[in-house]
Design a protein around this ligand. Structure first.
Ligand SMILES: [Zn+2]
Length: 495
């Protein structure tokens, strides 16, 4: 590519990165936050049961919403309560992050004084610990809190709007108009054309992989044959029942991220964290189907052209720079610092996958269709999404939840497609092969976690420090308790 064009490409990308980062950080960025717990809430006879309803799964709410009797004004009050709660929570964690930053700076000032070697060492330890904690606090305020509250608001939307939506869906099934929806020809999967020339993307995908490897951004592959063969089998089963016109190449990565992603041309990557997180085969198939759909619809290629992105290498360098300079605390940065790994999902999320609302909508719809055609329980995708957003998503997970389209739209869109398709006969939820994979995976995970502890990190760590401070959150901690726990936890060993 000529030099000038490259430069324009770089600018396009920078704009893209900025815009995505702004989206993430603007949630409460700069402004002041409320210092007290929410004041507005529905009367307690309504508040308590509604709180409980918001803890229910999307699937349960789809079934029961019509029977719930909350008025619009009660729902509006609850929404206000959630907004205030999020604001309070964000303020709290931004305060915490600021506090750690001040600690870093104070220790850095002390380094300039005339001090002994022992004092210097202690200050290095202090800086290291405070930096880790600041990263964690940033991650919580920029990722965890917004995701958790978005999820709650989406469930509130389901309670309020689903009954009417469901009526419309049933109506269009009854009068046959649902058949005219985009890609309503699900019976012709494999024989219809979603996008021409998928094979033209293979080169692009191969180049991207080579570049990611050169940048050191591609985690190691899992070698255990039970795990690898299982994942490949499920993926191929999905591929055979899709509109894919290129060979599917599946790679299973040994990284903790709960993620899967696709590169143009048929390359699908499944990360270990995802395999650990799924509860059954239908959930895994739902995620893989979604990724296969990105390939089928050629989203990667389209985004790359649209944003004039020169190459994935460049993107990777940009992200790496952001991680290094601490400019954006993110899920990626979190992994970078905690596990010595540059959250690959971050790169791809910022660029290929997370940008377009409509692409995500399309992949959700096609994904449901492929899982359906492959004979899986189509609710797997919704169940997994729900689990991630409710429990682990906001802490450990994935670029998946970096937002648009809104959760309500995604969940309702998926459920709508499921209803249009109808349940496949004898839908597969899980298999004995799935359990065998889980058993083999458990061993792989143990070894990987051990390796991680002694593994490389971006910054050389100061050795022989006191045990690092504990994480500010636990994997399964509900958001309300994150916001109400004391700011800091006692220092104790991490492992
Ligand atoms: Zn996607």
């Amino acid at each position: 590519m000529p030099e000038k064009e490259k430069w324009t490409g770089a600018r396009g990308l920078t704009a893209l990165l900025c815009c995505e980062l702004l989206l993430v950080t603007s949630i409460g960025c700069g402004g002041t936050h409320r210092a007290t717990l929410p004041e507005t809430k529905p009367v307690s006879a309504v508040f308590e049961p509604l709180q409980e309803d918001l803890k229910k799964s999307y699937l349960t709410l789809f079934e029961t919403a019509a029977k719930l009797e909350y008025s619009d004004s009660q729902v509006a009050k609850m929404r206000e309560y959630l907004n205030q709660g999020e604001d309070y929570c964000l303020g709290k964690f931004k305060g915490v992050a600021g506090e750690y930053q001040r600690r870093v700076e104070a220790a850095q000032d002390s380094l300039k004084k005339d001090i002994t070697d022992a004092e210097r060492h202690n200050l290095h330890c202090e800086i290291q610990d405070a930096r880790d904690l600041k990263q964690q606090a940033d991650l919580i305020s920029q990722h965890a809190i917004p995701v958790a509250y978005d999820n709650k608001r989406a469930k509130l939307d389901v309670i309020q709007k689903w009954p009417a939506e469901e009526k419309l869906i049933r109506q269009s099934i009854a009068d046959g108009s649902y058949k005219t929806r985009r890609w309503g020809d699900a019976k012709d999967i494999g024989f219809r054309e979603i996008e021409k020339d998928q094979k033209d993307d293979i080169k692009l995908g191969e180049n991207s992989i080579r570049d990611l490897k050169q940048m050191g951004m591609m985690p190691k592959e899992i070698e255990d044959p039970v795990v690898v063969n299982y994942v490949k089998d499920v993926a191929q089963k999905v591929a055979r029942n899709s509109d894919l016109r290129v060979p599917l190449q599946v790679t299973v990565l040994n990284s903790k991220e709960i993620n899967a992603f696709a590169l143009p041309g048929g390359f699908v990557f499944v990360e270990r964290g995802l395999l650990e997180a799924v509860d059954d085969e239908a959930q895994l198939a739902g995620v893989i189907s979604h990724e296969v759909s990105h390939v089928v619809a050629r989203h990667g290629r389209k985004l790359m052209t649209k944003a004039m992105i020169a190459s994935i290498l460049y993107q990777a360098a940009q992200v790496a720079a952001i991680v290094f300079t601490g400019g954006a605390a993110s899920i990626g940065a979190y992994y970078a610092f905690q596990y010595g790994f540059w959250g690959l999902g971050l790169t791809l999320n910022l660029t290929l996958l997370g940008v377009s609302r409509d692409f995500e909508r399309q992949a959700d719809q096609l994904g449901i269709q492929y899982a359906w055609k492959a004979g899986y329980d189509t609710s797997g995708f919704i169940r997994f999404f729900d689990k991630m957003a409710t429990k682990e998503g906001y802490v450990n997970g994935a670029s998946w939840f970096r937002s648009h389209p809104p959760f309500f739209e995604r969940m309702v869109g998926s459920e709508r497609e499921i209803m249009y398709l109808g349940a496949p006969e004898h839908a597969v939820v899980t298999t004995t092969d799935f359990m065998a994979m889980k058993a083999a995976l458990a061993k792989v995970s143990v070894v990987a976690e051990k390796d991680n502890k002694k593994g490389p990190t971006l910054l050389k760590r100061e050795e022989n420090c006191p045990p690092p401070s504990r994480l500010l959150f636990e994997a399964d901690q509900p958001i309300e308790t994150i916001c109400s726990v004391p700011k800091t936890k006692p220092v104790e060993p991490k492992n």
